[in-house]
Design a protein around this ligand. Structure first.
Ligand code: SAH
Length: 349
């Protein structure tokens, strides 16, 4: 059946559709602009399209979908966590993170997650569904419309493993990047992954300067396997090679995300393994203190512990080491906390 939701069509598909009707191709650009630049969902208000054309669209059952906002939770620190309902009836979370001049949107690529990383609350939900490309992009649009501000950056760091929903994620990144729509620069869109070699190479071969972050968390293979079950399938040397293709293609550093689990991955041998790995891959390290969630078997470090760990890394690593200040913990909006939980402990289901 033909897709009748105009939001689900990226520009080339809209163009093909429009020209099959004998309309000029720029009509597709007008439609795309109304949907993604202006956030309009009512086709009758696409006022630069001829009336007969709008009427025809509506008569033929065309429409523009929108994620339904269920709830927006405002953190004390300005972070806002959104809960949306998708067209297929699932719930998905998105986080708006203001920081100086930046307004970053952290989007989900899947509902739940299949990977079951030991430290991540989303893993406890299990995998529920893949999101279609337009519902990944729509998270950015709906969050911006609600905040009445444009997003400046997007990170694919919400629920799910983006490379396990690669086709949709790739289309979503390309859609977000289009000038006629959200116009987010490729360098302001970051994909974060535990690493799936083929897909990392596919990401590297895109002809765009999208950024790449690798959830490393341990540079010692056995420890990494304890944290991330998928690490057993793809050992570190194979992953390093895949991430290297990204560096080679774009001359851009990979960000290594390193969760701080005090007493587990901050020992002398961990620092030494990380030092050796960083020598092989031009990368900066971003240390993330573990954010606790009900049901996760680790202890959250004190800020002073994590800062001390960062200082130790800075002494031995040749490249920059940054520290990610947890944001939105009070609304369960911080990294690894997206599991459809509400403050106070009640669950959505
Ligand atoms: N699946 C992708 C993207 C989602 S997770 C990935 O793994 O990269 C986004 C980031 O949050 C990852 O670096 C992830 O490891 C981190 N994270 C997960 N659980 C966390 C927790 N409890 N505390 C802090 N960061 C966490």
């Amino acid at each position: 059946m033909k897709e009748k939701n105009l939001k689900a069509l990226d520009l080339p598909e809209l163009e093909a559709r429009v020209s099959s009707w004998g309309e000029p191709a720029y009509r597709a650009q007008q439609i795309f602009r109304w949907i993604w630049k202006r956030g309009e969902t009512d086709i009758s208000r696409f006022t630069d399209l001829p009336r007969h054309f709008r009427e025809r669209l509506i008569q033929e059952g065309y429409h523009v979908s929108s994620l339904a906002l269920i709830e927006a939770l405002h953190s004390r620190d300005g972070t806002v966590k959104f809960l949306f309902r998708t067209a297929s009836g699932h719930e998905v979370e998105t986080v708006w993170i203001p920081d100086g001049h930046r307004r970053t949107v952290c989007v989900s690529s899947q509902v739940g997650c299949a990977l079951k990383c030991r430290f991540c609350a989303t893993g406890l939900l299990g995998f529920r569904a893949n999101l279609p490309a337009h519902e990944i992009v729509d998270q950015v649009l709906q969050a911006s419309l609600y905040m009445k501000e444009r997003a400046t950056n997007v990170v694919l760091m919400g629920m799910g493993e983006p490379l396990l929903n690669w086709e949709a994620v790739r289309t979503a990144m390309i859609m977000m990047n289009r000038d006629l729509g959200l116009a987010l620069g490729a360098r302001r869109i970051t994909l974060s992954t535990v690493g799936i070699p083929d897909r990392v190479r596919a990401f590297a071969s895109l002809n765009k300067q999208f950024r790449l972050a690798w959830s490393l968390h341990a540079a010692i293979q056995e420890k990494r396997e304890k944290l991330i079950p998928l690490a057993r399938t793809y050992p570190l040397p194979e992953l390093l090679e895949a991430f290297w293709t990204y560096y080679k293609a774009h001359r851009r550093w990979v960000t290594l995300e390193y969760l701080h689990l005090p007493g587990f991955n901050d020992r002398r041998e961990d620092v030494e393994a990380l030092r050796r790995l960083v020598r092989k891959l031009p990368s900066k390290v971003n240390v993330i203190p573990f954010n606790p969630s009900p049901g996760l078997p680790f202890r959250a470090p004190e800020a002073s512990e994590t800062l001390a760990f960062v200082e130790r890394l800075r002494k031995v690593l040749p490249h920059p080491v940054t520290y990610r200040v947890p944001r939105g913990r009070d609304v369960f909006g911080a990294c690894g906390q997206l599991a459809l939980q509400r403050p106070g402990g009640s669950d959505a289901h």
